[in-house]
Design a protein around this ligand. Structure first.
Ligand code: MN
Length: 245
């Protein structure tokens, strides 16, 4: 029986696909520098162990041929200037300052040489981590979701269009807590550069417009406490500040 042959009472059980049983969740968005338009966030991908000195401080081995990725939910983003609620279920919340790459297009099995053309822009973010729960997960061989993908775990700056300039190996990434520098590196310290991250990630997931990629953190990760004020900067590109409450 075709749909058109169904009686009206049966058709009523198949409403328009725009009709949802509860209100559809809003798509999270980030502000864009120099514009009133916003960037819609589809997914958040993160690479681990992408700076040798951070891998060393975590006692982790580096394997650039098999980069380690994990995800956060899109609605984990926290806007610049917003208060950051200290998360539940941890006694050891850690900051990881990272360059954030925002995609305007995607694909699968992307060639390294094609990757930069997919980038809409850049920002700076924090890959917040419940370090105590991560240590427990590592010990058990359990997934990292509760350590990495919790609510408010992805503060991110306003994004800057790649048309306004691209970061280089000399671009500096810094994080100050209460005015004191805790993390500082140049992007040239990354083990995989952005095109190689995008190429590797696209062998595992089909990337799409709206995806954010957190590109890894340098050494100096440490605890955040209630009342701490953070100031992250991708120098010349983006700044992010907020307070842990
Ligand atoms: Mn990280």
């Amino acid at each position: 029986m075709t749909a058109s042959a169904l009686p009206a009472a049966a058709l009523a059980r198949y409403p328009s696909p725009m009709t949802t049983i509860i209100p559809s969740p809003a798509v999270p968005t980030l502000p864009v520098q120099g514009s009133d338009l916003r960037f819609p966030v589809r997914r958040i991908f993160c690479i681990g162990r992408n700076y040798a000195d951070h891998a060393k401080e975590m006692g982790a081995t580096v394997d650039t041929a098999n980069p380690m990725f994990f995800c956060k939910p899109a609605d984990a983003v926290v806007a610049d200037g917003a208060d950051l609620p200290y998360p539940s279920a941890t006694q050891d919340l850690h900051h990881e300052v990272e360059m954030v790459v925002a995609l305007k297009a995607g694909g699968s099995d992307i060639a390294v040489d094609d990757a930069n053309a997919l980038i809409w822009g850049y920002g700076v973010g924090l890959d917040l981590t419940r370090r105590d729960l991560q240590a427990q997960a590592k010990a058990k061989g359990a997934p990292w979701d509760v350590a990495k993908a919790f609510d408010h775990s992805a503060p991110c700056s306003a994004l800057r269009s790649a048309a306004d300039g691209q970061p280089s190996a000399d671009t500096v990434l810094t994080l100050k807590i209460n005015g004191e520098v805790r993390q500082k590196a140049t992007l040239g310290d990354m083990l995989l550069d952005v095109p190689h991250i995008i190429a590797a990630l696209s062998t595992l997931f089909e990337l799409k417009a709206g995806d954010l990629i957190y590109t890894g953190t340098p050494a100096g990760v440490s605890a955040l406490h209630r009342g701490d004020h953070y100031e992250a900067e991708l120098v010349g590109f983006a700044t992010l500040s907020g307070k842990v409450v």
